[in-house]
Design a protein around this ligand. Sequence first.
Ligand SMILES: NC(=O)c1ccc[n+]([C@@H]2O[C@H](COP(=O)([O-])OP(=O)(O)OC[C@H]3O[C@@H](n4cnc5c(N)ncnc54)[C@H](OP(=O)(O)O)[C@@H]3O)[C@@H](O)[C@H]2O)c1
Length: 424
Amino acid sequence: LRIGLVGAGNVGGGVIELLRMNRDLIASRAGAPIEIVAAAARDVERAKSRHGDDLRWTTDWREIAAAEDVDVVVELMGGTGEARECLLAAIGAGKPVVTANKALLAERGDEIFARASEAGTCLMYEAAIAGAIPVVKALSESLAANRIASIVGILNGTCNYILTSMEKGEGSFEECLAKAQRLGFAEADPTLDVGGIDAAHKICLLGRLAMGTPLDFGKVIVRGIREIDSEDISFAGEMGYRVRLLAIAKRDENSGVELMVYPTLLPQGHIMAKVDGSMNAVQIASDAAGETICYGAGAGGLPTASAVVSDLIDIACGRGNVPGDAAPLCKIVPAPEVRAHSFYMRMSVADEPGVLSRVSGILAEEGISIGSVVQREGDGEEPVDLVMILHRNRFGCVLSSVERIGELGQVAGKVKVFPVETFA
Ligand SMILES: NC(=O)c1ccc[n+]([C@@H]2O[C@H](COP(=O)([O-])OP(=O)(O)OC[C@H]3O[C@@H](n4cnc5c(N)ncnc54)[C@H](OP(=O)(O)O)[C@@H]3O)[C@@H](O)[C@H]2O)c1
């Protein structure tokens, strides 16, 4: 199988290394050698110095998409502009494509899946979701006989690294982010990761694959981890919870599929609460198989290359997937209608009589009942933290109460609210 590689950065470099490292093993599993015959990078001299000049290098991905001696195009340049053109050009030339580009597939996937389907060409993207974890194959092959009830993922290693570092008392959000950047777990520009957008791209693709939700990225509820501070982590700990950025796709038999990325409190004993550092995990609940959990490295050159090359082996063996309707279409539940098991609410309030009754009055008017309340003793001078656990409700009600509570004169700063899930 002759490969045209577009992009030779972290993942592309990993693919070059893995195909060299396990050349014979891969050839025996694929039934034929898998070889890169041409590769594209913007800075070819740098790419040659890193990966050798035995490949045919170019700065123009169009040459690769059109090359007669390229059987499969692997797109690893990232972004949603030229990457889209590259995939469409390769598909137009009748070539199977492999990509790790979750942003492109989540935001422009309808067009790309449709073109591949019309052309009868494979479009493989195992590497786009949770790096080395074989979740696309698990859902499309091993669990294909199941109706999937929910998918709960820790799909962003940067966020998980930051949250678990804060939990271990290693510093504030900013300090833990800076450490993650020093250690290579976070990009110089961490916006897509800490803003929850990267995880949302992935859950959008998983929702389509497992539950037939449309690729409508704007309908995914997305909240990143910037708002979580050490106090939230400490209160959560006192109440028996840990905070993780969860990406959730949950089927509600009456209303559709809830798609959401949110910092979420989980019972400390829950298996997903034990996923530490930069690791990823995906928990799938299905009707016949029951609970299935995959855990592993969600990013990095070689782990992500492992997923890319497994797709290449599938193509070589004739097991590549031409996209069809992934599952019967199912609508996405509108954000205000999405429910959580319960909610954590924290605010800073004046240390004076009557505050609690005003807050609970607003909650009662919104139809929200309170499960528990924690208030640390103050000196009567400084504002004190008031933390509540609210019973199961819709995001719409809870967020509207947050707005009203925030307007009370006795409440200082922002009222924070995060869902609590037990998955019981
Ligand atoms: N990094 C991970 O762990 C990871 C995990 C899962 C999925 N992904 C996805 O994999 C893709 C690649 O990520 P990455 O981390 O490998 O990115 P990266 O390190 O920035 O590498 C991108 C590569 O693409 C090349 N490139 C960019 N634009 C190009 C163009 N117009 N023409 C030719 N070459 C071009 C770059 O060339 P120059 O170096 O010469 O500029 C570089 O070699 C992204 O879609 C990302 O979301 C990454």
